[in-house]
Design a binder for this molecule. Structure first.
Ligand code: TXA
Ligand code: MG
Length: 324
């Protein structure tokens, strides 16, 4: 079973494991990550193995500073502007790779682009000390809900890894927003912890959306973040035996009869809702209800990413591409 160590006492042990080509679960501001040295093929292979993740689904490389980022990838002016505005933070940039950057090809699944992010907090410190980028997907079994606490990581992956670094509940609670440079424009590949509107305000133009050729972010497909229970979205009523995931002050009809009830944010605060989303889905899932009814959540700000995760959780479960 994995050892759980607080951030204040975990640095040396985490470094030793990473230098040894092993993986470590670490807190970031978004969700917990399952980290390995991005330049070490064994470490990277262990990430895929541990999660049961398909190898054609590329990983995000996490960096400690701008210099490290620019050794790995080529920044166009808009992406650079976003990096300066939002890093460290919940933004991932997909950029062309620099040749000879030392990143193991398993990280990018052989693509000539790479997803880069500079995380806040413990992750940043760890990467700086290691002196190498860390590949890190969310620390959950492929296709399951992302973990926002060390306990959730341990419950899912604890038998397969040696160390979970405990930084408490992750403040943002949703994965990073992913954008990709495309000519003179940027495309939103995954809504996430920074609202698309905030990115658009920073670059002074609209993001391209949808319509990207092929599977740009394979983890973005279909059944992802899947609880065992079925999910029923935009519920105006609660059916017999259903659990209810609420939002705001207006309740779905029949809510008092719900098998279990949690409110993402009583005051209708989308940031609070984002930070509660995965943990509350997990709790309602383990209540044993076969269906989780979900009240409507508005689409503005972080609501876009919340609705994105909810609809993935609600979609059919048989898609093998489904997973990160
Ligand atoms: O907040 C986050 O982003 C968390 C924390 C741990 O940093 N990480 C995370 O990683 O959510 P993961 O692996 O669960 O999701 C990364 C997404 C996947 O959908 C993957 O397909 C996409 O990024 N991706 C990675 N490299 C890509 C690339 N070169 N082009 C397009 N999409 C890429
Ligand atoms: Mg994931």
């Amino acid at each position: 079973m994995a050892e759980i160590l607080a951030v204040s006492e975990a640095l040396e042990r985490a470094l030793a494991l990473l230098r040894d080509g092993d993986v470590v679960a670490i807190p970031t501001e978004t969700v917990y990550g399952l980290a390995g040295d991005a330049t070490n093929g064994i470490g990277v292979a262990r990430i895929f193995e541990t999660k049961g993740r398909p190898r054609f689904n590329p990983l995000i490389a996490h960096v400690a500073d701008m210099a490290m980022a620019e050794r790995i990838a080529l920044f166009d002016p808009l992406s650079k502007k976003l990096a300066l505005a939002f890093w460290p933070g919940p933004l991932t940039l997909v950029l062309p790779q620099r040749t000879g950057n030392g990143i193991h090809p398993l990280v990018t699944a052989g693509l000539d682009t790479i997803a880069l992010r500079m995380p806040r907090g413990f992750g940043g410190e760890l990467i700086a000390r290691l002196g190498r980028p860390l590949a890190a997907p969310s620390a959950n079994s492929s296709g399951k809900i992302s973990a926002t606490t060390a306990q959730a990581v341990a419950a899912d992956l604890g038998a397969r890894i040696k160390l979970v670094v405990d930084g408490g509940a992750t403040p943002v609670g949703l994965e990073s927003t992913i954008v990709k440079a495309e000519g003179e424009r940027l495309r939103l590949l995954r809504p996430g912890g920074i609202a698309a509107e905030d990115i658009e305000a920073a670059i002074g133009m609209e993001l391209l959306r949808g319509g990207a050729a092929g599977v740009e972010a394979p983890g973005m497909l279909a059944s992802h973040y899947a609880p065992d229970a079925a999910m029923r979205l935009n519920a105006g009523t609660v059916g017999e035996g259903e659990a209810l995931l609420g939002f705001g002050i207006r309740r779905a009809e029949g809510w008092r009869h719900a098998a279990a009830f949690l409110n993402l944010s009583e005051t209708g605060d989308l940031r609070e809702a984002a930070s509660n989303l995965f943990a509350y889905m997990q709790v309602l899932d383990s209540s044993g209800a076969r269906i989780i009814a979900v009240e409507p959540v508005p689409f503005d700000g972080l609501g876009e990413a919340i609705n994105d995760r909810l609809s993935r959780a609600a979609s059919p479960r048989d898609n093998i591409l489904a997973a990160t």
